[in-house]
Design a binder for this molecule. Structure first.
Ligand SMILES: O=C(O)CCCC[C@@H]1SC[C@@H]2NC(=O)N[C@@H]21
Length: 254
């Protein structure tokens, strides 16, 4: 076990922890470590010099915020791996709810966590598969959480907010990661015991704007409709003019 694992009883059994002062990106570090990995490992960095967000965007972190990636080898297909983003979102929600009123939090499809309608946390998934079989070789789940400060970012309609800035309790990245790692391990347990329907149910309970009108913007089109649900494959389902439209990937606005 890595010596970085905290002595406190908080840290989940079976998971390793690596804490780095500085790295290009914890996603890149996960990629480098993945081939030799023997146990699920959380990699946390105090600073990232080249952090990545979804769709190739740059991720703006900041001192006192959490930047971490879980890299592991779940026995699953790429489609099942994608379901893990809902588990990460559920785990982030439950972790943040320890430090702020949970009614102020919501999950935005596919994998943002909102606090007072601003973005407080984002999730980025990467996986690798070989041609030899249907399973992924490894999966990494990166999380960025604005605990202490919200980076200045004018590119988004969901401006970054921070836990501290919205009146949440002060919590450091190490402590928050221990809480998050525990909640994520619980989600893995739920997946094993009850399957994705239970993960989806948990996610839908926390979903922003369920049953309301939202707009999904893909790289080629914009679709506005009623946010009906998320299906068993994790697709967004909008009702548009009486028809169900299935959206596998998009940015959602409301
Ligand atoms: O665009 C998003 O919403 C996803 C952001 C994910 C950022 C995290 S910070 C830790 C990990 N390392 C990275 O380079 N990105 C993810």
């Amino acid at each position: 076990m890595s010596s970085d694992v905290p002595a406190s009883g908080l840290w989940p059994e079976g998971y390793d922890l690596v804490v780095l002062d500085e790295v290009d990106s914890t996603m890149a570090e996960a990629r480098r470590r993945a081939p030799d990995l023997t146990r699920p490992t959380w990699i946390m960095a105090r600073e990232q010099t080249n952090a990545k967000g979804r769709r190739g965007r740059t991720w703006l972190g900041g001192n006192g915020n959490l930047a971490a990636t879980l890299v592991y080898k779940p026995w699953c297909t790429p489609a099942q791996a994608a379901a893990r983003s809902f588990m990460a979102a559920n785990a982030l929600f439950e972790s943040l709810a320890l430090y702020i009123d949970r009614d102020l939090l919501a999950l935005k499809w596919p994998n943002d966590v909102l606090l007072n309608n601003g973005k407080v946390a984002g999730i980025l998934l990467e996986s690798a598969s070989s041609a030899e079989g249907p399973l992924v070789d490894w999966l990494s789940i990166g999380v960025g959480v604005n605990l202490a400060r919200a980076p200045h970012d004018t590119r988004t309609e969901f401006p970054p907010v921070s836990l501290a800035g919205e009146g949440g309790e002060t919590v450091g990245p190490e402590t928050f990661l221990a809480v998050l790692a525990g909640h994520f391990a619980t989600q893995e347990g739920k997946l094993e015991a009850m399957g994705f329907p239970r993960i989806r149910e948990d996610w839908l309970e926390k979903a922003a704007r369920l049953g309301e009108i939202v707009t999904a913007r893909t790289s080629t089109r914009e679709i506005t409709g009623v946010f009906e649900t998320v299906d068993m494959a994790g697709n967004l389902i909008l009702r548009v003019e009486g028809r169900e439209v299935l959206i596998p990937a998009a940015d959602v606005y409301f």
